[in-house]
Design a binder for this molecule. Sequence first.
Ligand code: SF4
Length: 256
Amino acid sequence: MGVWTYGFAVSGGLCVNGVFVCTALLRYNFLMKISAKETLGQKSTRASEIAKRLIRMYKRRKTVLDFGSPWECLVAVQLSAQCTDKRVNLVTPALFKKYKKIGDYALAPISELEKMIRSTGFYKNKARNIKAAAGKVVADFNGVLPSEMEDLLTLPGIARKSANVILFNAFDIISGVAVDTHVMRITKLLGLISKGAVGKPEKIEKELIELLPKKYWALFSLLITEHGREICIARRPKCGECRVRDLCEYGSTIKV
Ligand code: SF4
């Protein structure tokens, strides 16, 4: 067992291979490891430690978007693009009340749909995609939203990020790592992804899948997003308050 197989945290320190190590020494050790040429195995251990800490730091385990069925989850996820979850949750109650079945969305006049979701932004595209997706679910999947990644990807407006979110939140299926703007930005700061993957969601997801055990895939994405809203805020990350700073490539090199 190497130094990267740290055990568990206790007050003021950790138990490493049965030996108590104070947190200050551990932090130094992580800093040394990040600054040195990190192997894939070491990076994988660091990624898992980040995931574990995020799980301890944040209580959230599922999306904050409100929905009552897998289809409604898809609608809420579509509406959340470039929009706050809070705004989506204000819009969906009336929408879900008016359109009860998937077929109702397929038959809805586009102008009516647009009017109901207007405040979420990009409403023309969103209305068109939701209506077209409903039509496809009715035509190709007997009116039941599929729970397979490859089937979801055939629906208009659904890419891997949305499909991962829908599968986890509506079906409890862990299929991959949903890569949104927070995940793109913060995994770069953490030094978890390669230079070639920067700005490329599918490559980032592939690299994170290689680094993290499957049990962390969905939560990592969810909690990194939470961290991006609370602490690692775009353009003004609060590194001084960050509890994964010693594991972060960017944070461990700056003075706060
Ligand atoms: S140390 Fe700073 S840059 Fe790194 S994750 Fe924390 S807030 Fe973000």
